[in-house]
Design a protein around this ligand. Structure first.
Ligand SMILES: Nc1ncnc2c1ncn2[C@@H]1O[C@H](COP(=O)(O)OP(=O)(O)OP(=O)(O)O)[C@@H](O)[C@H]1O
Ligand SMILES: [Mg+2]
Length: 273
Protein backbone atom coordinates (compact mmCIF):
# COMPACT_ATOMS: atom_id res chain seq x y z
CA UNK A 1 0.00 0.00 0.00
CA UNK A 2 1.29 3.43 -0.97
CA UNK A 3 -0.40 6.36 0.77
CA UNK A 4 -0.88 8.99 -1.95
CA UNK A 5 -1.29 12.72 -1.50
CA UNK A 6 -4.11 14.77 -3.02
CA UNK A 7 -4.13 18.20 -4.60
CA UNK A 8 -7.31 20.08 -5.50
CA UNK A 9 -6.70 23.40 -7.17
CA UNK A 10 -9.41 26.04 -7.74
CA UNK A 11 -12.25 23.56 -8.22
CA UNK A 12 -15.48 24.92 -9.70
CA UNK A 13 -18.51 22.64 -9.88
CA UNK A 14 -22.27 23.02 -10.38
CA UNK A 15 -24.86 20.26 -10.68
CA UNK A 16 -26.64 20.11 -14.04
CA UNK A 17 -29.92 19.48 -12.14
CA UNK A 18 -29.45 22.69 -10.23
CA UNK A 19 -28.95 24.54 -13.52
CA UNK A 20 -32.14 23.06 -14.91
CA UNK A 21 -34.04 24.00 -11.76
CA UNK A 22 -32.78 27.57 -11.98
CA UNK A 23 -33.53 27.82 -15.68
CA UNK A 24 -37.12 26.74 -15.04
CA UNK A 25 -37.57 29.34 -12.30
CA UNK A 26 -39.91 32.14 -13.35
CA UNK A 27 -37.96 34.78 -11.46
CA UNK A 28 -34.44 35.64 -10.38
CA UNK A 29 -31.48 37.55 -11.70
CA UNK A 30 -29.47 34.36 -12.06
CA UNK A 31 -31.36 33.65 -15.28
CA UNK A 32 -29.71 36.63 -16.88
CA UNK A 33 -26.72 35.96 -19.08
CA UNK A 34 -27.91 32.99 -21.10
CA UNK A 35 -25.10 30.39 -20.94
CA UNK A 36 -25.30 27.48 -18.51
CA UNK A 37 -22.27 28.80 -16.62
CA UNK A 38 -24.11 31.95 -15.59
CA UNK A 39 -27.42 30.35 -14.66
CA UNK A 40 -26.65 28.63 -11.42
CA UNK A 41 -24.24 29.47 -8.63
CA UNK A 42 -21.70 26.66 -8.42
CA UNK A 43 -21.69 24.47 -5.31
CA UNK A 44 -17.90 24.77 -5.36
CA UNK A 45 -16.37 27.97 -6.65
CA UNK A 46 -12.61 27.96 -6.35
CA UNK A 47 -12.10 25.29 -3.70
CA UNK A 48 -8.46 24.30 -3.16
CA UNK A 49 -7.04 21.71 -0.80
CA UNK A 50 -3.72 19.88 -0.48
CA UNK A 51 -3.46 16.65 1.49
CA UNK A 52 -0.07 15.12 2.23
CA UNK A 53 0.46 11.37 1.82
CA UNK A 54 -0.71 9.58 4.98
CA UNK A 55 -2.42 12.68 6.42
CA UNK A 56 -5.90 12.55 7.91
CA UNK A 57 -8.11 15.49 7.00
CA UNK A 58 -11.63 16.37 8.11
CA UNK A 59 -13.88 18.23 5.66
CA UNK A 60 -16.35 20.26 7.69
CA UNK A 61 -19.14 22.66 6.84
CA UNK A 62 -22.83 23.32 7.30
CA UNK A 63 -25.53 21.29 5.51
CA UNK A 64 -25.33 21.95 1.79
CA UNK A 65 -21.86 23.51 1.94
CA UNK A 66 -20.58 20.98 -0.59
CA UNK A 67 -18.74 18.37 1.50
CA UNK A 68 -20.21 15.34 -0.29
CA UNK A 69 -19.78 17.09 -3.62
CA UNK A 70 -16.10 17.69 -2.89
CA UNK A 71 -15.64 14.03 -1.95
CA UNK A 72 -17.36 13.05 -5.22
CA UNK A 73 -14.86 15.16 -7.12
CA UNK A 74 -11.92 13.62 -5.26
CA UNK A 75 -13.30 10.15 -6.03
CA UNK A 76 -13.79 10.97 -9.71
CA UNK A 77 -17.59 10.64 -9.51
CA UNK A 78 -18.09 14.27 -10.60
CA UNK A 79 -16.09 16.15 -13.19
CA UNK A 80 -15.24 19.71 -12.16
CA UNK A 81 -16.16 22.51 -14.53
CA UNK A 82 -12.80 24.13 -13.83
CA UNK A 83 -9.77 23.42 -11.71
CA UNK A 84 -7.55 20.38 -11.35
CA UNK A 85 -7.38 17.26 -9.18
CA UNK A 86 -4.16 15.34 -8.61
CA UNK A 87 -4.10 11.93 -6.95
CA UNK A 88 -0.45 11.37 -6.12
CA UNK A 89 1.35 12.13 -9.38
CA UNK A 90 -1.74 11.52 -11.55
CA UNK A 91 -3.46 14.59 -12.95
CA UNK A 92 -7.07 13.43 -13.19
CA UNK A 93 -8.48 13.62 -16.73
CA UNK A 94 -10.64 11.32 -18.87
CA UNK A 95 -7.62 9.21 -19.85
CA UNK A 96 -6.24 8.90 -16.32
CA UNK A 97 -9.52 8.58 -14.39
CA UNK A 98 -9.37 4.78 -14.13
CA UNK A 99 -5.83 4.76 -12.75
CA UNK A 100 -6.67 7.55 -10.29
CA UNK A 101 -9.79 5.73 -9.07
CA UNK A 102 -7.76 2.60 -8.36
CA UNK A 103 -5.79 4.58 -5.79
CA UNK A 104 -8.92 5.62 -3.95
CA UNK A 105 -11.52 3.90 -1.82
CA UNK A 106 -14.83 5.72 -1.40
CA UNK A 107 -17.04 4.84 1.58
CA UNK A 108 -20.59 6.09 1.00
CA UNK A 109 -22.65 7.71 3.74
CA UNK A 110 -25.19 4.87 3.63
CA UNK A 111 -23.60 1.39 3.98
CA UNK A 112 -26.58 -0.04 2.09
CA UNK A 113 -25.18 1.67 -1.02
CA UNK A 114 -22.01 -0.38 -0.60
CA UNK A 115 -23.32 -3.77 0.54
CA UNK A 116 -25.40 -5.58 -2.05
CA UNK A 117 -24.51 -9.30 -2.19
CA UNK A 118 -25.71 -12.17 0.02
CA UNK A 119 -22.76 -12.24 2.44
CA UNK A 120 -20.20 -9.92 3.95
CA UNK A 121 -17.48 -12.13 2.44
CA UNK A 122 -18.84 -11.71 -1.10
CA UNK A 123 -19.21 -7.95 -0.67
CA UNK A 124 -15.61 -7.59 0.52
CA UNK A 125 -14.44 -10.00 -2.20
CA UNK A 126 -16.33 -8.15 -4.96
CA UNK A 127 -13.58 -5.64 -5.83
CA UNK A 128 -10.64 -8.07 -5.73
CA UNK A 129 -12.60 -10.63 -7.82
CA UNK A 130 -13.48 -7.93 -10.33
CA UNK A 131 -9.81 -7.03 -10.52
CA UNK A 132 -9.12 -10.61 -11.61
CA UNK A 133 -7.23 -11.79 -8.53
CA UNK A 134 -6.95 -15.54 -7.89
CA UNK A 135 -9.25 -17.20 -5.31
CA UNK A 136 -6.33 -17.47 -2.88
CA UNK A 137 -5.45 -13.80 -3.28
CA UNK A 138 -9.11 -12.82 -2.90
CA UNK A 139 -9.38 -14.85 0.32
CA UNK A 140 -6.23 -13.24 1.67
CA UNK A 141 -7.54 -9.72 0.87
CA UNK A 142 -10.95 -10.43 2.43
CA UNK A 143 -9.50 -11.95 5.61
CA UNK A 144 -7.07 -9.10 6.01
CA UNK A 145 -9.74 -6.41 5.45
CA UNK A 146 -12.21 -8.05 7.86
CA UNK A 147 -9.45 -8.42 10.49
CA UNK A 148 -8.52 -4.74 10.10
CA UNK A 149 -12.09 -3.58 10.75
CA UNK A 150 -12.52 -6.18 13.52
CA UNK A 151 -15.40 -8.27 12.14
CA UNK A 152 -13.83 -11.55 10.92
CA UNK A 153 -16.67 -13.53 12.56
CA UNK A 154 -19.28 -11.82 10.38
CA UNK A 155 -17.90 -13.06 7.03
CA UNK A 156 -20.77 -15.40 6.25
CA UNK A 157 -23.57 -13.16 7.55
CA UNK A 158 -26.01 -11.48 5.13
CA UNK A 159 -25.21 -7.74 5.26
CA UNK A 160 -28.86 -6.72 5.63
CA UNK A 161 -29.00 -8.55 8.98
CA UNK A 162 -26.08 -6.57 10.48
CA UNK A 163 -26.38 -3.72 12.96
CA UNK A 164 -25.61 -0.18 11.80
CA UNK A 165 -22.12 -0.30 13.33
CA UNK A 166 -21.36 -3.71 11.80
CA UNK A 167 -22.59 -2.53 8.40
CA UNK A 168 -20.30 0.51 8.60
CA UNK A 169 -17.28 -1.70 9.31
CA UNK A 170 -18.27 -4.10 6.50
CA UNK A 171 -18.60 -1.15 4.10
CA UNK A 172 -15.11 0.06 5.02
CA UNK A 173 -13.78 -3.48 4.53
CA UNK A 174 -15.20 -3.58 0.96
CA UNK A 175 -12.94 -0.64 0.19
CA UNK A 176 -9.87 -1.79 2.16
CA UNK A 177 -9.85 -5.10 0.26
CA UNK A 178 -8.81 -3.11 -2.83
CA UNK A 179 -5.76 -1.86 -0.94
CA UNK A 180 -6.31 1.83 -1.76
CA UNK A 181 -3.74 4.47 -0.86
CA UNK A 182 -6.45 7.00 -0.04
CA UNK A 183 -9.66 6.43 1.87
CA UNK A 184 -12.51 8.88 1.40
CA UNK A 185 -15.43 8.61 3.83
CA UNK A 186 -18.73 10.52 3.85
CA UNK A 187 -20.25 10.96 7.33
CA UNK A 188 -18.83 7.69 8.67
CA UNK A 189 -20.15 8.16 12.22
CA UNK A 190 -23.73 8.98 11.21
CA UNK A 191 -26.25 6.80 13.08
CA UNK A 192 -23.63 4.98 15.16
CA UNK A 193 -24.09 4.45 18.88
CA UNK A 194 -21.28 5.69 21.16
CA UNK A 195 -19.53 2.31 21.35
CA UNK A 196 -19.60 1.74 17.58
CA UNK A 197 -18.46 5.33 17.08
CA UNK A 198 -15.50 4.78 19.45
CA UNK A 199 -14.55 1.63 17.53
CA UNK A 200 -14.73 3.56 14.25
CA UNK A 201 -12.53 6.35 15.65
CA UNK A 202 -9.94 3.78 16.78
CA UNK A 203 -9.99 2.12 13.36
CA UNK A 204 -9.68 5.35 11.36
CA UNK A 205 -6.95 6.73 13.63
CA UNK A 206 -4.84 3.62 13.11
CA UNK A 207 -5.12 3.32 9.32
CA UNK A 208 -1.89 3.93 7.40
CA UNK A 209 -3.75 5.34 4.37
CA UNK A 210 -4.33 8.98 3.55
CA UNK A 211 -7.83 9.57 4.97
CA UNK A 212 -10.32 12.30 3.99
CA UNK A 213 -13.52 12.44 6.05
CA UNK A 214 -16.56 14.63 5.47
CA UNK A 215 -18.33 14.92 8.78
CA UNK A 216 -20.61 16.90 11.08
CA UNK A 217 -19.03 15.05 13.99
CA UNK A 218 -16.49 17.68 14.96
CA UNK A 219 -15.31 15.62 17.91
CA UNK A 220 -14.51 12.73 15.57
CA UNK A 221 -12.63 15.18 13.36
CA UNK A 222 -10.62 16.32 16.38
CA UNK A 223 -9.88 12.75 17.44
CA UNK A 224 -8.95 11.34 14.04
CA UNK A 225 -7.79 14.21 11.86
CA UNK A 226 -4.63 16.21 12.30
CA UNK A 227 -5.98 18.81 9.89
CA UNK A 228 -9.43 20.21 9.20
CA UNK A 229 -10.86 22.18 6.29
CA UNK A 230 -14.06 24.21 6.51
CA UNK A 231 -16.15 24.61 3.37
CA UNK A 232 -18.16 27.79 3.13
CA UNK A 233 -19.63 29.67 0.17
CA UNK A 234 -18.06 27.26 -2.31
CA UNK A 235 -14.52 27.62 -1.02
CA UNK A 236 -12.22 26.22 1.61
CA UNK A 237 -12.64 29.02 4.10
CA UNK A 238 -10.05 27.70 6.55
CA UNK A 239 -7.58 24.83 6.53
CA UNK A 240 -5.05 23.93 9.16
CA UNK A 241 -4.36 22.13 12.40
CA UNK A 242 -7.70 20.68 13.59
CA UNK A 243 -7.37 22.10 17.10
CA UNK A 244 -6.67 25.59 15.77
CA UNK A 245 -9.50 25.49 13.20
CA UNK A 246 -12.06 23.99 15.57
CA UNK A 247 -10.97 26.26 18.38
CA UNK A 248 -11.73 29.40 16.34
CA UNK A 249 -15.23 30.25 17.57
CA UNK A 250 -15.66 33.27 15.27
CA UNK A 251 -14.70 31.21 12.21
CA UNK A 252 -17.08 28.41 13.18
CA UNK A 253 -19.95 30.82 13.70
CA UNK A 254 -19.29 32.55 10.39
CA UNK A 255 -19.46 29.15 8.67
CA UNK A 256 -22.62 28.03 10.46
CA UNK A 257 -20.93 25.51 12.76
CA UNK A 258 -21.04 24.95 16.51
CA UNK A 259 -17.83 24.35 18.48
CA UNK A 260 -17.15 20.66 19.23
CA UNK A 261 -18.28 19.50 22.68
CA UNK A 262 -14.76 18.56 23.69
CA UNK A 263 -13.46 22.09 23.05
CA UNK A 264 -15.82 23.64 25.61
CA UNK A 265 -14.91 24.38 29.19
CA UNK A 266 -16.00 22.03 31.95
CA UNK A 267 -19.31 23.35 33.32
CA UNK A 268 -18.17 22.49 36.85
CA UNK A 269 -14.49 23.39 37.09
CA UNK A 270 -14.28 25.83 34.14
CA UNK A 271 -11.17 24.10 32.75
CA UNK A 272 -10.75 23.20 29.10
CA UNK A 273 -10.01 19.55 28.36
N1 LIG B 1 -27.50 15.51 -7.43
C1 LIG B 1 -27.70 16.80 -7.15
N2 LIG B 1 -28.35 17.60 -8.02
C2 LIG B 1 -28.51 18.90 -7.79
N3 LIG B 1 -28.07 19.53 -6.69
C3 LIG B 1 -27.41 18.80 -5.78
C4 LIG B 1 -27.20 17.39 -5.94
N4 LIG B 1 -26.53 16.93 -4.88
C5 LIG B 1 -26.33 17.99 -4.06
N5 LIG B 1 -26.86 19.11 -4.60
C6 LIG B 1 -26.81 20.47 -4.02
O1 LIG B 1 -25.44 20.83 -3.87
C7 LIG B 1 -25.25 21.53 -2.65
C8 LIG B 1 -24.16 20.82 -1.83
O2 LIG B 1 -24.61 19.55 -1.49
P1 LIG B 1 -23.72 18.51 -0.73
O3 LIG B 1 -24.52 17.26 -0.61
O4 LIG B 1 -22.39 18.43 -1.36
O5 LIG B 1 -23.57 19.23 0.70
P2 LIG B 1 -23.03 18.64 2.06
O6 LIG B 1 -22.10 19.65 2.62
O7 LIG B 1 -22.52 17.26 1.86
O8 LIG B 1 -24.37 18.64 2.93
P3 LIG B 1 -24.78 17.68 4.16
O9 LIG B 1 -24.07 18.21 5.35
O10 LIG B 1 -26.26 17.90 4.27
O11 LIG B 1 -24.40 16.27 3.83
C9 LIG B 1 -26.60 21.59 -1.97
O12 LIG B 1 -27.17 22.84 -2.22
C10 LIG B 1 -27.41 20.50 -2.65
O13 LIG B 1 -28.77 20.84 -2.69
MG1 LIG C 1 -23.08 15.40 2.62
Amino acid sequence: MTAYGLELDSIVFAYPDGERKTTASPSGDRLAGGGADTQSPPVLDGASLGVAPGAKVGILGANGSGKSTLLGIIAGLHEPRAGTVRVGDILVAKKTLKAARLRLGFVFQDPDDQLFTGSVYDDVAFGPRNAGLSDAEVRERVESALATVGIPELAERPPFRLSGGEKRMAAIATVLSMDPGILVLDEPSAALDPKARRRLIRLLSGLPQTVVIATHDLDLALDVCGRAAILHAGRVEAYGDSRAVLGDAALLERCGLEPPLSSGSCAICGRRP
